[in-house]
Design a protein around this ligand. Sequence first.
Ligand code: MEV
Length: 312
Amino acid sequence: MPAGTGAAPGKVILFGEHAAVYGQPAIAVPVQQVAARALVRPLFNAPSGRIRIQAPEVGVDADLDQLDPQHPLAAAVRFTLEAMGVQHPLAVTIKVSSTIPVAAGLGSGAAVSVAIARALSGFLGHPLADERVSAVAFEVEKIHHGTPSGIDNTVITYNRPVYFIKGQPLQTFALGAPLNLVIADTGIPSPTKVTVGDVRSAWQAEPARYEALFAEIGTIAKAARRALERGELAELGQLMDQNHALLQQLDVSSPELDGLVASARAAGALGAKLSGGGRGGNMLALAAGDPAPLEAALRAAGASSTLHTVVA
Ligand code: MEV
């Protein structure tokens, strides 16, 4: 029986993180330079229903039944089997690997779930359609991110730029000009669940103030879509700067993120902002031309790593 394989890219949020959770539009793009992969193979001489999960990078080598059902790898496998209506599959080994940094705002959790759903459903002979793959990843996100908007699983499953509004059908759009993005890591892990939970508590304490901030971010995301479609990169950079200022007001930035954002602008970026949950993880800068000097400036300013990606 042939093996089943699944892969999924990372992602960055260009506009609208956090406000997306409250129904505002947000824009995200896939990042092809990093990826999660899953490989499903038959496990010979084992009783049917036995599922061995191996993810050496996170120290997992266990049977599905031995893992906490809430464990993200176990949950991805269970939700995939549920989506397929399969209770006792052939015995298999599922091997998972990823080059997407964890807790860094690049969608590693959603990408691993998407890779597993694709590999396992493919191995079982009925590859799930994208809509259902995305739904599996969303169920896992709900366990680990509390109240996710669904943007991560959507952009990662469909692997193209998305204009995302929670609960609405997928909207994609064409870019008027390619984007040269530099992504720089603070090196500080920051689980999305924590920042999303903190924003929720702050919103509950001061709903009017936070809803006004979310609405302003939503207005920026709408303007950004127009700028992206028309290829107006200078305008886009300004909108990134404005979005970052609003994320500071949501209290999800940090001195390290602010420092990298300031360095990117000083090095000639058209705009820069934190990306994803914030507090740590990654920031994003829009390069005006050659990204190499921008990457060098960000590393000199303390970024633990940088990544250049072109979105076309
Ligand atoms: C995480 O990539 C983006 C957040 O807006 C959370 C979400 O939308 O689920 C912070």
